[in-house]
Ligand binder design. Sequence first.
Ligand code: ADP
Ligand code: ZN
Ligand code: MG
Length: 501
Amino acid sequence: MADETTNDIYENKYKITIGLEIHVELLTESKMFCSCSTKFGEKENSQVCPVCVGLPGSLPVFNYKTLELGIKTALALNCQIPSECVFVRKSYFYPDLPKNFQISQYNQPLAINGYLNINNKKTPLRRIHLEEDTGKLIHSEHNENISLVDFNRAGVPLMEIVTEPGISSPQEAEAFLLELKKILQYIEVSDCNMEEGSLRCDANISVNFYDSKELGTKTEIKNMNSFKSVRKALQFESVRQMHLLETNKKVIQETRLWDETNQTTESMRTKEEAHDYRYFPEPDLLPIKIPQDIVEKISLQIGEIPAQKQKRFLDQYNLSEYNISVLTSEKKLADYFEETVSFYKEPEIVSNWIQTVLLGILKERNISIKICPISSKNFAELIELVNSKKITATSGKEVLTEMLDTGKSAIEIVNEKHLIQVQDEKTIRQWVKEVITEYPKAVKDYWDAIDAQNNVQASNISNFLKGMVMKKSKGKADILIVAKILMEELDNVRAKTRQTR
Ligand code: ADP
Ligand code: ZN
Ligand code: MG
């Protein structure tokens, strides 16, 4: 029932309201309150200590790197940063966090307010806070009564970003997430790798009649593992809620799980209230002071966020908006483009080479631009070789592949493989003359075709002869010069036959 057509029927009657809660794992080497490693994918329970498994008597020590990353995010998202934030204990039964409370933040979070621009609309943010991640339950495949727990993730620094209920469609929610991810990757706060769980999103949604001033009762959806699933879950849920209202039933405030296989949401539990958590200040950690000068210092390190970079690219390089959106889709790609342009000052040509050749080859080999082994200087050199006609475009692609495989520079490969384009007219004329002697019949047929005004035939024959010259040159002759000299020599043959007649 969650198809978009059903949605359209209700479109004019109901409005959708969405608020997102996004958890992001911060890019730190060590955990939030101990020195255990945060590396993903290591052996279960190999990255644990008394602090992160909450043994009695252990004391947390705050990792200040997480504060820096949080402040960076708050600034990039236009938030206010109060001069102090406070850690609290959020008590709950956590099977994956043995101390049964999570160190989190509550009424004094790291940052408040703020907004993110999506399609020229400011989506308001409510807060950003820091907290520790929990461990991970692994449900046994062999016995459904058994669950194992891996504490490697317990205590990994997490940042929660909460929006206001200000998103008005599933598509907008997806666009929001894509932009947020781009920003967080740009400012190097998180790798936002959804497969590894470093970005997770819970979505709250309610519907109500268009003319209603209040928001409807919301449900919270969990368990989506891609941005597309977020959109689909929200689409499903919006229609489910509209159906309820249509039939005079009530939406129950609850948490629902997205079922990827059936593409539906299922009720998980009715929502707990804040007072269920018994928040109270963490006695083992002092309030964290955030001096203004530190915030200013960090703001200088942020650099451009995607929207700013896009705008600058538009002003600085004479490129289409489409090209700019591709080039700025990833910071590393934008950097690579700019570095290459600093060596070869033709933005349009560099942009073409990146998009049509380089990205293609990298994709074939599943290599990310982040670890592209071809330096921008070498790449620029290659473009220069082709553009100044020292090598042909075909050789250019061959050389690029070789650069990727061997790490050699373009010049080295061009020299080794003798790929320099031959433009010397004397050499080319010699090849042309040889071909003309070797294919007298073709030459005669060419002139017969010209006399019979059979242009198609004539051009076929001249292409054949050109091909033979290219073959003699091992693909290195400048095709335009070959064409010119071939015409001259064919004329010479004709002139000679006339003289002897
Ligand atoms: P709770 O008390 O259930 O945690 P909050 O008010 O703290 O609810 O909000 C949690 C998230 O739900 C926020 O992202 C917020 O924007 C969103 N939200 C709150 N009320 C609604 C609503 N009526 N419809 C849609 N989203 C909502
Ligand atoms: Zn630890
Ligand atoms: Mg809440």
